[in-house]
Design a protein around this ligand. Structure first.
Ligand code: MG
Ligand code: MG
Ligand code: MG
Length: 308
């Protein structure tokens, strides 16, 4: 296969799925032979987006087949968040908006990382730079990714560029951004039919802070209390995951998308790092982090510092 594969991170979110689809469209318009794929199950929010557009989900892979020529990473760069055989494949490009960590290649590559709120915001600029057409469907995919990553522009990760891109994409898509965005985010909070394990792995990311291994899982909710009704069950599963992966900390972040706070559950031998990072006292492993909605900007950095 002389095809190249494009994929976002494990436990994919809307940006990881949409950016893979979108970048595949741009690359195809540029004459490249690429295929968008995904590294995990779709969440409800992304399902809503693909159903709305009647777009098929990218094919699920667990490893990159040997005959694939090379891969393009979107929405991530850290190897532990990528495909299992990432060290054995040629990375041709990275388009991302996260910190750079645990990443290296043998060969030169196209590496584009910008401190904006969403990968799709970078892709939007790439369409313009290459003077390529954006269809209504592609515009809606990019818009959805920006709404998701920025929590409808309320996250501190959201930049002027994201807002501008979303506005222009909304016009191309002829969509009411606020109305569509709220419906999409709400669709992502329907967690009733999720098992505890699904809830904990849906949007979980692994981080290495110095010698310590940490998982930070995030779920969005309209009412965080409904998630904590299942606390016992969740704690039991978290303890299993900690044991299996030899983690120092598992942090479950339940984000109230209406009031822009997060209710967290911290388990493991490094829970004092959570108290230190956010100047809170955990009670029954739980604490409210006022104004915290972004894992990337408001959690990873602060928490990481306490492990130094
Ligand atoms: Mg992502
Ligand atoms: Mg993203
Ligand atoms: Mg996210």
């Amino acid at each position: 296969m002389d095809k190249k594969m494009i994929f976002g991170h494990k436990n994919p979110d809307t940006d990881s799925i949409c950016s893979a689809l979108v970048y595949a469209d741009l690359k195809t318009q540029l004459g490249d032979n690429v295929k968008p794929v995904r590294l995990g199950e779709l969440n409800k929010e992304t399902e809503y987006v693909l159903d709305y557009l009647d777009v098929k989900a990218p094919e699920l892979i667990t490893k990159v087949p040997e005959d694939v020529k090379g891969v393009i990473l979107v929405d991530h760069n850290e190897f532990q968040q990528s495909v299992d055989n990432i060290r054995d494949v040629k990375i041709l490009e990275v388009i991302d908006h996260h910190r750079i960590s645990n990443f290296e290649t043998n060969d030169p590559l196209y590496f584009r990382v910008e401190p904006v709120g969403c990968t799709s915001t970078i892709l939007y600029k790439m369409y313009q730079e290459n003077d390529k057409e954006i269809s209504k469907t592609i515009a809606t995919l990019m818009l959805s990714a920006i709404i998701s990553d920025s929590l409808l522009f309320k996250s501190p990760t959201c930049t002027k560029e994201d807002v501008k891109a979303a506005k222009e994409l909304g016009e191309i898509a002829e969509i009411n951004v606020e109305e569509y965005g709220l419906a999409m985010l709400e669709a992502g909070t329907a967690l009733d039919d999720k098992t505890a394990v699904e809830l904990l792995t849906m949007d979980a990311k692994e981080f290495s802070f110095g010698e310590s291994d940490v998982i930070i899982a995030q779920v969005n909710a309209i009412d965080t209390g409904t998630v904590f009704e299942r606390r016992e069950e969740l704690e039991a599963e978290i303890n299993k995951i900690i044991k299996e992966k030899e983690l120092d900390l598992f942090l479950l972040v339940v984000t109230d998308i209406i009031n822009s706070n997060s209710d967290v559950l911290a388990i493991g031998k490094a829970t004092q790092n959570v108290e230190e990072a956010f100047k809170v006292k955990l009670a029954a492993n739980r604490a409210l982090l006022e104004g915290v909605v972004s894992r990337k900007k408001q959690i990873v950095t602060h928490l990481g510092d306490t492990f130094k």
